[in-house]
Design a protein around this ligand. Structure first.
Ligand code: SIN
Length: 290
């Protein structure tokens, strides 16, 4: 591996570990993801607990809380500690406008999130993060894992020349692309927005790669052919560089909170025709900036 990529990895692996007083945090990999224990999320967090969860979130980007028994109200209260709730894109009449069902079974012909992406990046203000609470896992014993990839390290591992090319560029994120040729319902005002290719995390200031295969149509400063090649190269880098990834195996009662600003995820649909069920609450984010 090139020295610039090794240096980027070493900056993360040599970061001094933080000791926590109110929670236990076990990293999933040195790069991304951690299991957090010592919390019952059906109860209000103390300010100290919240501050430690927040610290772990900014350090590990994906937090896994197991053994939780949550109502929708508990779920929304926990999410609400991190900001205003982000409404569901296409709310179902009679259901909670902030709770999205994530469900697949033998009738499914597609599932949400099967492929690397960040949520809703065609929005002007994509969500800060999502909390997915899975209550039913496939009856076959395993399957339905979710993978996550760190967009900070994805950027930092690029060569200085590639970073120089991408810094300052902007990409069009088109909500229609996510429909893959299908027609969205007429009441849906399909979002389309321009975001920096290299964005900064609004809380840590760290740079990150902000392109994904689901929403990005093109990079504005390049020809269509150049743009296609660069997007394909970046998405291939994200999908095939295993050290950027962690993989969460769900058990019923697991809640995962990921930072949608600096993480992409991929829900693996390897369990057809079995059933997987959960509910997702998202938190409102800000417009990405360079
Ligand atoms: C999603 O939010 O894209 C779905 C994630 C999952 O089902 O694991």
């Amino acid at each position: 591996m090139e020295q610039f990529a090794l240096d980027a990895i070493a900056r993360i692996t040599t970061e001094p570990p933080k000791s926590y007083a109110t929670i236990t945090v076990e990293p999933l990999t040195p790069v991304i993801g951690a299991e957090v224990s010592g919390l019952d999320l059906s109860k209000d967090l103390t300010d100290d607990q919240w501050a430690e969860v927040k610290h772990a979130f900014l350090r590990h980007h994906v937090l896994v809380f197991r053994g939780q028994e949550l109502t929708d109200e508990d779920h929304k209260r926990f999410a609400g500690r991190f900001g205003e709730l982000h409404p569901v894109t296409l709310p179902v009449e009679g259901s909670d406008p902030h709770v999205l069902e994530i469900s697949a079974d033998k009738e499914s012909r597609a599932v949400a999130g099967h492929g690397w992406h960040a949520d809703g990046t065609a929005d002007l203000r994509p969500s800060l993060g999502s909390m997915l609470y899975i209550t039913r896992t496939p009856e076959v014993g395993s399957g339905g894992d979710t993978m996550f990839a760190d967009m900070h390290l994805a950027y930092e591992m690029l060569s200085p020349a590639m970073k120089g090319l991408l810094d300052g560029m902007t990409a069009v994120h088109d909500g229609l692309l996510a429909w893959q040729g299908q027609t969205p319902p007429p009441e849906y005002d399909v979002p389309k927005n321009v975001h920096p290719v290299v964005a900064r995390h609004p809380e840590t200031g760290r740079r990150l790669l902000f392109v994904n295969n689901v929403y990005v149509s093109h990079i504005e400063q390049l020809s269509r052919r150049e743009s296609r090649s660069v997007i394909d190269m970046l998405c291939d880098h994200i999908a095939s560089t295993a050290l950027l990834h962690c993989r969460v195996r769900w058990t019923p009662g697991t809640l995962v909170f990921w930072d949608n600003r600096c993480v992409q995820h991929h829900a693996i649909w390897d369990y057809f025709p079995y059933t997987r069920y959960g509910r997702r609450v998202a938190i409102q984010g800000h417009r990405p900036t360079a």
